[in-house]
Ligand binder design. Structure first.
Ligand code: HEM
Length: 494
């Protein structure tokens, strides 16, 4: 090696040492949680498996403990892993960590609506939306009746498949789609309606793309990747199209708005907008904010429940003995014809446990949505500066080895006691918890129970491959865990 080579090597060595010492000083003087040393520009990219970021978090937690710091690009991120740390962030310091970490691909929704809102309107829009959803969910024409009615339409469509193989994605998706469409827009769509199928395609494609490695890269390195071609552009286009649909509905409702008689959630939001016009304050319910709120609820209210139902049926095909026990319980408690009702759940501990186990096992949103520190906060002896992105992982609770005897296995017994009664677990947090807890938890749980029960009351599931050959591994893991595509046959039970 010549003199020049040695000088360069020495220089690189000195600069690296300097960077490490600066970084250590920042870390120790600020008392940030520990973590791997980040490189300039890429941060800790080399420590991450972008094909499965949640798994990388689990690996890093083994090394650095339940609270650790990462740099994803230039963003400082603190990851919480395990029951104590996650609960502390979500419940003990619920206000301090109630901000929403930025998700660059949703730039168009940023600081509007509910999900991606980290601005001053979030609290009020969330509170108001929750109260309207509660009003529409209760009473005779509430969510139970709404889901029961939709279950009948779903069964009718499923019967039309006549025991032949079909891909259940959009047929199953139509049920939660119509339930939320009725709440938001007072509308229901035929199962072959072009607009409904187009919107469901957008939801489905976005949820898939958001879970691919490229989108993990994009969301953490958007400053560098913004102008590159790639599937982030497709997601943004879809997100825009969903908002345009919601805006059109809002404009249409505005034409015939009766301030004293709301037909749906859209009317309630528009009525708030009209009331605001007279209070002299800066407007919160603008048409733009209303459209994003509706789009948030439409997307989140459809794709999550739809994917859970689809994944659930695939799991039950792999375990015919579990399906058989469910048929027995349904026959005993409900019989062959009565429409399943919410009250039946109390007498159906096995179905209740299966629905919980499906949600635990599929781990739909493994790393939760990113939160953000709204103020400087001390957490487990570490300093978390305001503006830090905070990730309270949900898979670390759902796959906890102490709480669930065989977390990698699908076992309804995880939610049953020795007498066969339903067993509650405080680690069951697929909807998160605290100030940002899922707005649709009650609705989703009711849908999963009533729709799965109705399907199994009327059909036997038949797989096209041997049950033991069914692979339950998600095809991609990122924002969500996406189930493999499959076809099945539904054989009428009577
Ligand atoms: C199986 C079904 C569902 C699952 C697993 C699920 C899960 C989640 C999770 C993990 C979050 C993030 C919570 C956090 O940031 O801490 C969330 C937020 C949210 N969910 Fe759901 N969800 C489901 C169904 C629904 C439904 C049916 C709706 C609509 C009616 C909905 C609307 C929302 C909204 C609006 C937020 C944002 C809350 C906020 O940022 O304040 N979700 N959901």
């Amino acid at each position: 090696m010549g003199a020049l080579g040695i000088t360069i090597a020495l220089l690189v060595w000195v600069v690296t040492l300097l960077l490490i010492s600066i970084w250590k000083q920042i870390h120790s003087s600020w008392n940030l949680p520990p973590g791997p040393f980040p490189l300039p520009i890429i941060g800790n990219l080399l420590q991450m498996d972008i094909k499965n970021i949640p798994k990388s978090f689990t690996r890093l937690a083994k090394r650095y403990g339940p609270v650790f710091t990462l740099y994803l690009g230039s963003r400082r991120v603190v990851v919480l892993h395990g029951y104590e740390a996650v609960k502390e962030v979500l419940l003990k310091y619920k206000n301090e960590f109630s901000g929403r970490g930025e998700i660059p691909v949703f730039q168009e929704y940023k600081d509007k609506g509910i999900i991606f809102n980290n601005g001053p309107t979030w609290k009020d829009v969330r509170r108001f939306s929750l109260s309207i959803l509660r009003d529409y969910g209760m009473g005779k024409q509430g969510n139970e009746a709404r889901i029961q009615r939709e279950a009948q339409f779903l069964l009718e469509e499923l019967r039309k498949t006549q025991g032949k193989p079909f891909d259940p994605t959009f047929l199953l998706g139509c049920a939660p789609f119509n339930v939320i469409a009725d709440i938001l827009f007072h509308r229901r769509f035929a199962y072959n309606d072009k607009t409904a199928l187009r919107l469901m395609h957008l939801f489905n494609e976005d949820f898939y793309l958001l879970s691919t490695p490229w989108l993990q890269l994009y969301n953490n390195y958007s400053n560098y990747l913004r102008y590159m071609p790639g599937s982030h552009r497709k997601v943004m286009k879809n997100v825009s199209e969903i908002k345009v649909y919601a805006l059109e509905r809002a404009k249409e409702n505005l034409q015939s708005l009766d301030l004293n008689c709301s037909r749906d959630v859209t009317d309630c939001l528009l009525t708030e907008m009209e009331k605001e016009k007279h209070n002299g304050k800066p407007p919160m319910y603008t048409m733009e904010n209303i459209a994003v709120t509706l789009a948030d609820l439409f997307f989140a209210g459809t794709e999550t429940t739809s994917t859970t139902l689809r994944y659930g049926l695939l799991i039950l095909m792999k375990y015919p003995e579990i399906e058989e026990k469910l048929h027995e319980e349904i026959d005993k408690v409900i019989g062959p014809t009565r429409i399943p009702a919410v009250k039946d759940r109390l007498e159906m501990p096995y179905m209740d446990a299966v629905v919980h186990e499906i949600q635990r096992f599929i781990n739909l949103v493994p790393s939760n949505l990113p939160h953000e520190a709204t103020q400087d906060t001390m957490l487990q002896g570490y300093f978390i500066p305001k503006g830090t992105v905070v990730i309270p992982t949900l898979d670390s609770l759902l796959y906890d080895k102490q709480e669930f005897s065989e977390p990698e296995q699908f076992r309804p017994e995880h939610f049953l006691n020795e007498n066969g009664k339903f067993k509650y677990s405080d680690y069951f947090k697929p909807f998160s918890a605290g100030k940002r807890v899922c707005v649709g938890e009650g609705l989703a749980r009711m849908e999963l129970f009533l729709l799965l029960t109705a399907i199994l009351q009327h059909f036997n599931l038949k797989s096209l491959v041997e049950p033991k050959d069914i692979d339950l591994k998600p095809i991609t893991v990122g924002f969500g865990s996406i189930p493999p595509s499959y076809k099945l046959c539904l054989i009428p039970r009577s």
